[in-house]
Design a binder for this molecule. Structure first.
Ligand code: Q46
Ligand code: ZN
Ligand code: ZN
Length: 312
């Protein structure tokens, strides 16, 4: 297999694009495609201040790298969740994010230490809520809240995450399996800001397959944490990814068509709510972030004493 641009041996063959590229031309293509996605979905403008959520994994570090190459003002945010144990997952992943920032003079990294700030790791919180073996929904609540808080408090215009096409297709698959109309309505490469306290969220890698971001980090020598979070094993989203990957294998382009045709159907109004009903958000009584819950938001409730029904 040869590079389409120069005829050198190809480093990657993308069957769905019918495109093979060498190690010199692939990173150029990858950066250009990111710029096209930013433009296509009107994600942000050159003068915007971006906060990139970095986990120490390949997608988020590749995203930060590309945004800096494209000359955006992009700072990093690492949230230390306190997931340690045998793998020392949080310590190791933080180390990767710090090493990435240290090697680049234009990369500023902010670190939010959840146990230090709130007095408990997400594992402690999950244990208190009798969810020690499945802390992911608690973890998701904490990450969403803290990303939004840090972005708002520090005047960022946009929060960027490294979700790739495999992530988005798996999420879509789960939402379709359960016909989660609200989630289907909101799943998008761009979630606009709402004046009530939610910062704009974007996913510039939503059209890249996971193996494409992996190839970019490999060719560009970006060191990341290879291990998954220990709680990722057994997650439903992983099972959905495996199902979709089998379909992709027999029919290249399946994930891309599934996701992009969904976006097109949505743009044509397929998932619009009957009256485009607002979600009835109001400020949380404690932190002020928008919530649909009646008093405290889900995040603030996590730090309250567990209710009897939860501690059974
Ligand atoms: S970090 Fe958190 Fe993930 Fe670990 S506990 Fe689950 S949600 S798996 S992306
Ligand atoms: Zn080439
Ligand atoms: Zn709150």
């Amino acid at each position: 297999m040869r590079c389409r641009k120069c005829g050198d041996p190809a480093a990657i063959n993308m069957r769905h694009h019918k495109l093979a590229l060498c190690a010199r031309h692939y990173p150029e293509w990858f950066v250009e495609q990111t710029a096209r996605a930013i433009h296509k979905y009107k994600m942000f403008d050159p003068e915007d201040r971006l906060l990139v959520a970095v986990s120490g994994g390949k997608d988020s570090l590749a995203l930060w790298d590309v945004l800096l190459k494209l000359d955006y003002h992009a700072d990093g945010l690492y949230i230390d969740l306190g997931i340690d144990g045998d793998l020392a997952y949080s310590t190791q992943s933080k180390h990767k994010a710090v090493a990435f920032a240290d090697a680049r003079p234009d990369a500023d990294l902010m670190i939010v230490d959840i146990p230090g700030l709130y007095g408990a790791s997400i594992i402690d919180v999950a244990r208190r809520r009798r969810r020690a073996n499945r802390p992911c929904s608690i973890c998701g609540t904490v990450k969403r809240h803290e990303m939004n808080r840090v972005a708002l408090e520090n005047g960022y215009d946009v929060l960027a995450t490294g979700h790739n096409l495999d992530d988005e297709a798996a999420t879509l698959f789960g939402n379709v399996l359960h016909w989660q109309s609200g989630y289907l309505q909101r799943q998008s490469p761009v979630l606009p800001a709402d004046g009530g306290g939610l910062v704009r969220k974007v996913k510039p890698f939503c059209r890249f397959y996971e193996r494409e971001t992996a190839a970019y980090t490999l060719i560009e020598n970006i060191d990341y944490i290879y291990d998954e979070c220990p709680f990722a094993t057994g997650a439903t989203s992983l099972a959905h990814k495996e199902t979709l990957s089998r379909m992709e294998h027999s029919s290249p382009g399946t994930k891309m068509h599934f996701y992009t045709n969904f976006l097109r159907a949505k743009a044509e109004g397929l998932f619009a709510a009957p009256d485009d009903a607002p979600r009835n958000l109001h400020p949380c009584a404690k932190c002020g972030q928008p919530t649909v819950a009646p008093d405290l938001c889900n995040f603030c409730r996590l730090w309250e004493p567990a209710e009897p029904s939860e501690s059974r």
